[in-house]
Design a protein around this ligand. Structure first.
Ligand code: 3HC
Length: 301
């Protein structure tokens, strides 16, 4: 059955090569997923050789883990690794049909990336953004071919969570949207078409929840008590663990976008901002004990 709002699938264009802009954790998870499910060459690109090597290394390391678990054969592992490569220049995207960006969550940065991409890819190549909260219409607005831009928003961990939010910008055409849905299907994701609204749907709900629990802690409830109180809500993981998975910096970006759009409902969180400024990756350390310095930030707030 065709997902609600999806155009006729006969309009979808073939995807035989994929580009991923950025080589951070999200980008390398995406490279792995595209290679595994589409079995086509996937090129990661970044400005920095170290980041690029790290991104490709992460994807290759995850393939080794799949091999260790017996999920892929040694032959397939080698094939998948060969499919995922890195390039410091976007020339590698010349023959790509689908390029997804997962760079820093700032409108001007993403607009610049798309503008540069237009010099390298064909006008039919779909340009997808994995933005968590920014407007797809605005991101496409300065392009020669805004009709091929779509939102393609994944959830962490990308390999595990089935949902994909697909976003149609004001100028996105049916062919690009149909290609996005067809690609989502090949990726074995469950795609939903959501409106191009601040933070779309999932992050709007999630950030409201995280903001409320941060506020409860700001108001004096200790972190461990707030987590125990939230446990009966049946979330797949405790809220502050989830914040660590999402990353405090991303949570803050989404919080800021939502604050801009709905200031009454999404107050800015000073403590979230302080947490990001501290450079800490969350309230828990890798061994899942509370980080006393972060507890101090919240207690001081
Ligand atoms: N990366 C890759 N794979 C992972 C992983 C990770 N970080 N964490 C867990 N997995 C895999 C495990 O390897 C395991 O795979 P296997 O069955 O092949 O061995 C499988 O997931 C299940 O893991 P576990 O049995 O260890 O753990 P759980 O059953 O507790 O599930 C979870 C872990 C899937 C992460 C679950 O806790 C969950 O769904 N958490 C909520 C995550 C969530 O809400 N994400 C959305 C965040 S919002 C977002 O990303 C949007 C962005 O814009 C901010």
């Amino acid at each position: 059955k065709r997902p609600a709002g999806a155009p006729d699938k006969s309009l979808a264009r073939p995807v035989t090569k994929v580009g991923v802009v950025g080589a951070g954790l999200m980008a390398s998870q995406l490279a792995l997923l595209f290679a595994r499910r589409l079995e086509v060459p996937v090129v990661l690109t970044d400005l920095d050789r170290d980041r690029l090597d790290k991104g490709v290394g992460y994807a290759h390391g995850e393939i080794d883990k799949l091999l260790g678990k017996g999920r892929v054969s040694p032959d397939r592992a080698n094939r998948l690794k060969a499919l995922i490569t890195g390039s410091l220049t976007k020339d590698a995207f010349n023959d790509a049909d689908f390029v997804i960006e997962a760079v820093f969550e700032e409108m001007s940065v993403k607009q610049k990336v798309f503008a540069e991409l237009e010099d390298h890819v064909s006008p039919e190549c779909v340009l997808a953004t994995n933005t968590s909260s920014l407007s797809v219409t605005e991101m496409a607005s300065k392009l020669k071919h805004p009709e091929r831009v779509v939102g393609f928003h994944f959830f962490n961990p990308v390999a595990v969570l089935p949902l994909l939010e697909i976003v149609r910008g004001d100028r996105t055409d049916d062919a690009a949207l149909a290609t996005a849905f067809a690609t989502g299907k090949r990726l074995k994701k469950s795609s939903v078409l959501v409106k191009d609204a601040p933070a779309f749907v999932v992050n709007r709900v999630l950030l409201r929840l995280l903001a409320e629990i941060v506020q409860a802690v700001d108001e004096g409830t200790p972190i461990e008590v707030a987590e125990r109180a939230a446990a009966p809500l049946g979330l797949p993981m405790p809220p502050f663990v989830l914040m660590g998975l999402v990353g405090p910096a991303i949570a803050l970006h989404v919080n800021e976008t939502l604050h801009g759009a709905f200031p009454d409902r999404f107050p800015l969180s000073d403590n979230l901002a302080k947490l990001v400024a501290s450079g800490k990756s969350g309230v828990y350390r890798p061994d899942f004990t509370l980080d006393p310095e972060v507890v101090e930030i919240f207690a001081g707030g």
